[in-house]
Design a protein around this ligand. Sequence first.
Ligand code: HMG
Length: 385
Amino acid sequence: MKIGIDKMAFATTDQYIDLTELAAKRGVDPNKYTIGIGQDRQAVVPPTQDIVTLGARAAQKLLTPDLARRLSTLIVATESGIDNSKASAIYIKHLLGLDDYVRTVELKEACYSGTAAIQFARGLVALNPQETVLVIAADIARYGLNTPGEVTQGAGAVAMLVSANPRVLAIEPTSVSYSRDVMDFWRPLYATEALVDGKYSTNVYIDFFKNTLTRYQQRTGRELADFAGIAFHLPFTKMGKKALEAVLQDRTDAVANRLRDQLAASQVYCRQVGNLYTGSLYLGLMSLLQNGAVAAGDRLGLFSYGSGAEGEFYSGIIQPGFATALSDIPHDLAGRHQVSVAKYEQLFNSQLGMRAEDVQFDTQADQAPFVLAGQKNHQRIYQRR
Ligand code: HMG
């Protein structure tokens, strides 16, 4: 029985900054951001958006009344949790109007947990092939104004249905996960921005990619030539290039060049949005499917990485219905509007964050289908338009 990703949808905020403007404000050569890091635009998050509103927006794009009725489980993968106890999945379930007999849970391991959610969902479907599981990978990547990590911020959510007879990607049985206690990136309970040892984190990422790919190749006997393309977790687009080049080295043969071209196709949307943490690999997969030279029957490799750290390399076969089972990302990105760096800084500092008092946000400026209206009696107030 084939099990895998049946449908995918992406949502981000409606505003962005141009990173050449950010470079000018920070006194940095714009080529450092656009070439050295490989990012052009970055999603800007108003205080009325968080992982619940973004996750609900992504899921709303793929749910039909019939699919909603068939859901057994909703798993939200995130490292931008909005409560230390209650799962964001419960808020999202409520906003989407899902049945109360749906299991709802939140998973965490930095950027990796979206992949854990997919593998767990795959297990649920293997136990009961009638089940459809909704996985939402939603995050807001925050490092702080005027920090080296600032250019690698971003925000958004990818919603995915995992089922039998999938239309997008049938996941193959062999996957290799690898975890080690590493302090490359973390966020203490008292902080709203991540702490990071940036250069070290890029080296750990590459090590984990090489380790998991090598073990996958030993277990399956497959070569790089067996992949039509590889999708990477993309904290910034240059990271995927660093990892791929670490295994290609100076190869210039047709296989190496094909993987380079497919990597470029997988980076198109990340360049416009930034790091989605848990969702980044899956936005990269959607980008590869929509912009790459791929066809049904092709095998794709997927490398997932979460700081702390955990990596996983797995693979899947593209299914015939893939093109019609993905949301229209170019349309959504074209509908965003640019804001100034000053506006971005003001919005960055207006988040609910760790505040304990009652807050009422002005929701008029945000036309998104779901908004965070504020906080009352220590409870977050969400609205569905
Ligand atoms: P930095 O100190 O700003 O960068 O930090 P740099 O000085 O090393 O420059 C970056 C690149 O720009 C270099 O290229 C420069 O040569 C180049 P590289 O050597 O790396 O190929 N450069 C230029 N290129 C063209 N024209 C110029 C120019 N000037 C310089 N004029 C860093 C960069 C990524 C470390 C920082 O932004 C950071 O700390 N980001 C956050 C951490 C991160 O994203 N790490 C990635 C791996 S860990 C991961 O993926 C997990 C994560 O998603 C979290 C999770 O799991 O939850 C982050």
